[in-house]
Design a protein around this ligand. Structure first.
Ligand code: DC
Length: 220
């Protein structure tokens, strides 16, 4: 295969990155990489409180984790040690665990390396917080999706309900605001748009309009 193509989508929690990455990957016929799922499943695998471990224990436990990708478009599958992690990582609680371990340099270094390796093997739509800034600075197209915290909490609320999971709008809004703060202010790879990213404010756009903006951006 010639050099893989990388498209990056970054943005805060609940802005719709996963949905858009999946759709865009489907349209382009390539795989998508949900790096939030990598942080979530790492946090879930390590367990609650891993963010308080000493560094040597953390590095040793991370050494047991391997991520693999298969398929493409909407059929892309991410597995941790061969296990396809499912809805168990999609709670706001695991999201907060993920945000906690994401502040730790050994976790970031480990996942950055894993993401770069996957990007060498596959053309990707890679979504997360630091795709355009840190992991794939040379990506062909970079997008940054944004929306108010109220709009994002509402979207995540609707998404959880669709999955049949309990959801409380006020609590979600509080948790997302707290996660935003932690993700934007951490010392290593904080959430911010790359200088060459196209910023799309999705607050007043439908899913279709956001998708079209991304597709036009990739083509243009
Ligand atoms: O996108 P998400 O809500 O599934 O991400 C969960 C957490 O993982 C997020 O709050 C911060 C962390 N994360 C990160 O630090 N860097 C990434 N590239 C992706 C996620």
């Amino acid at each position: 295969m010639s050099n893989p193509t990388i498209v990056t989508i970054d943005g805060p929690a609940g802005v719709g990155k996963s949905t858009m990455a999946k759709r865009l990957a489907e349209a382009l016929g390539i795989a998508y990489l949900d790096t939030g799922a990598m942080f979530r499943s790492t946090a879930w695998r390590l367990g609650e409180g891993a963010w308080n471990w000493d560094e040597s224990r953390l590095v040793e436990e991370l050494g047991w984790i391997r991520f693999t990708l298969s398929g493409s478009g909407a059929q892309t599958r991410l597995a941790l040690n061969g296990y396809e992690v499912g809805d168990e990582i999609r709670t706001e609680e695991v999201g907060m665990w993920a945000s906690n371990v994401a502040t730790l340099p050994p976790v970031r270094a480990f996942l950055k390396e894993a993401q770069i390796r996957l990007g060498e093997q596959y053309s990707l739509v890679a979504e997360g917080r630091d795709m355009g800034t840190v992991v794939f600075p040379g990506a062909k197209n970079k997008f940054f999706l944004d929306a108010s915290v109220e709009v994002r909490a509402k979207r995540r609320h609707d998404q959880l309900k669709e999955m049949g999971k309990p959801a409380n709008l006020a609590k979600l809004q509080e948790s997302i605001a707290q996660r935003d703060h932690q993700d934007r202010n951490r010392a290593v790879a904080p959430l911010r748009p790359a200088e060459d990213a196209v910023i799309v404010d999705t607050s007043d756009l439908s899913r279709e309009q956001v998708f079209q903006a991304l597709l036009d951006g990739v083509k243009g």
